[in-house]
Design a protein around this ligand. Structure first.
Ligand code: URA
Ligand code: CA
Length: 433
């Protein structure tokens, strides 16, 4: 087989065989296929697309390019959740203990990454003492014993994806549905997922800016999952405004604690119940989404969900007293209110602009060597559709610097107050095939 022939075949719009796709992925991972051929090939895919079979083959070739995590020592169906990322997205912190409280195993591998706040790992690490490093053996033991564990992503999962993603970044080929879908799915499958729930975000703060794009990506991933034997479902959820009230690491941990107690913000509460119900169904506990939701609501009400979070924290060396005393979490030096300049209704809060403001306060990383300040961030008091009076606080800025005029201005510019406004719809679509 010659790479030049495979490039020509895709350039001319033909479908590739499983062997041709494997040849490319293996050769590129090993370094026998150079960047210039891989670049041309990615651009051919960008223009010519891939059919369902090719997408499944590309995904599995990337899974098999490196280490895969074997979770077969954990009894039951291991369901993973993936979010395409947004601002103030606290769902993993809530979902992991919530679903585990129903005795469903949650073996969660999470990352850090760049962004408005830290990743899920950073958020867990704001809990004093919480360790995210452990051997695969200890990870599996903890899930078997207490149903939930959280570990840092191994660097050796889907190395082909890592290399290809870096190349796509500099060859203008990131934005391709078959390439994005196979990239995301390969990492979930390599991490040992038997079934996958996808939260595809749409709107200003999301990777996919429109519902049409988000739906296309969601369908592509659901098809890949189901074609490679992993039951997969997706929802499209709103990311035009931040999720919940809190944006920032320790602030989001507090929000997660409140949500597990059934006292979280309405949108976050609804999102975790929607995603959680799908996880419960995929885990085979019931085939009714309504029954799944009912069970999740019950463990929020009877205290089992928050007890499971407490257990997870102490299992991983953390200070579980934060559950009852969230003031033990890192706290910022300054709390600065942002008063509304007019009365009316909030008609927009542009998620990515508010996210960047949180990052500028120090809550996230602009480059991978940046240090995250766990304490800082933003707590909204109002969401789109809410009424506000002049002088009333829109939000509180938690900062370790007093001089934040530019950030305040940026946040003001991202919020619009109008004479009328409707609440933003949270769940746009549910996709099961
Ligand atoms: N996230 C991924 O993991 N891969 C992509 O290709 C795009 C977003
Ligand atoms: Ca939040």
């Amino acid at each position: 087989m010659r790479m030049v022939d495979i490039i020509a075949k895709k350039r001319d719009g033909h479908a590739l065989t499983t062997q041709e796709i494997e040849f490319f992925v293996q050769g590129y991972t090993k370094g026998t296929i150079p960047d210039y051929q891989a670049s041309a090939f990615l651009m051919a895919i960008y223009f010519q697309n891939m059919n369902e079979q090719e997408r499944a083959d590309l995904t599995m070739a990337m899974v098999n390019s490196g280490e895969t995590i074997d979770l077969s020592a954990i009894a039951g169906i291991k369901v993973d959740k993936h979010s395409t990322g947004g601002v103030g997205d606290t769902t993993t912190l809530v979902l992991a203990p919530l679903v585990a409280a129903l005795d469903i195993p949650v073996a969660k591998m999470s990352g850090r990454g760049l962004g408005h706040t830290g990743g899920t790992l950073d958020k867990f690490e704001t809990i004093p003492g919480f360790k995210i490093e452990m051997s695969t053996k200890d990870f599996i033991n903890q899930v078997n014993q207490h149903k939930v564990a959280v570990i840092g992503q191994s660097g050796d999962l889907a190395p082909a994806d890592k290399k290809l993603y870096a190349l796509r970044d500099v060859t203008a080929t990131v934005n391709s549905i078959p390439l994005i879908a196979s990239s995301i799915m390969s990492k979930k499958i390599a991490a040992g997922a038997d079934a996958i729930v996808l939260d595809v975000k749409t709107g200003a703060g999301a990777f996919m800016k429109t519902d049409a794009q988000a739906e296309e990506l969601a369908h592509a991933m659901v098809k890949i999952g189901n074609n490679v034997g992993r039951r997969t479902m997706a929802i499209i959820s709103d990311m035009s405004q931040p999720l919940g009230f809190a944006i920032g690491n320790a602030l989001e941990v507090k929000e997660a604690i409140e949500t597990l107690k059934g006292q979280g913000p309405a949108d976050l509460h609804e999102l975790v119940l929607t995603l959680g119900s799908q996880m419960v169904v995929l885990a085979g506990k019931t085939d009714s989404l309504a029954e799944a939701r009912h069970q999740l609501e019950a463990v929020m009400k009877n205290g089992q969900a928050i007890a499971k979070f407490k257990q997870l924290i102490s299992d991983q060396g953390g200070d579980s007293a934060v559950i009852d005393h969230p003031e033990r979490l890192p706290e910022a030096q300054y709390k600065i209110e942002l008063p509304a300049k007019t009365s009316g209704f909030i008609s927009s809060m542009i998620a990515d602009e508010i996210g960047i403001a949180a990052m500028q306060l120090g809550a996230g990383r602009a480059t991978k060597d940046d240090k995250v300040d766990f304490a800082v961030g933003i707590v909204l008091h109002k969401k789109v559709g809410d009424a506000i009076k002049v002088g009333q606080s829109l939000l509180t800025i938690h900062s370790n610097r007093a001089d934040i005029e530019a950030i305040k201005q940026k946040i003001y510019n991202s919020i619009t107050i109008a004479d009328t406004a409707k609440p933003q719809q949270l769940i746009h679509t549910v996709i099961t095939h």
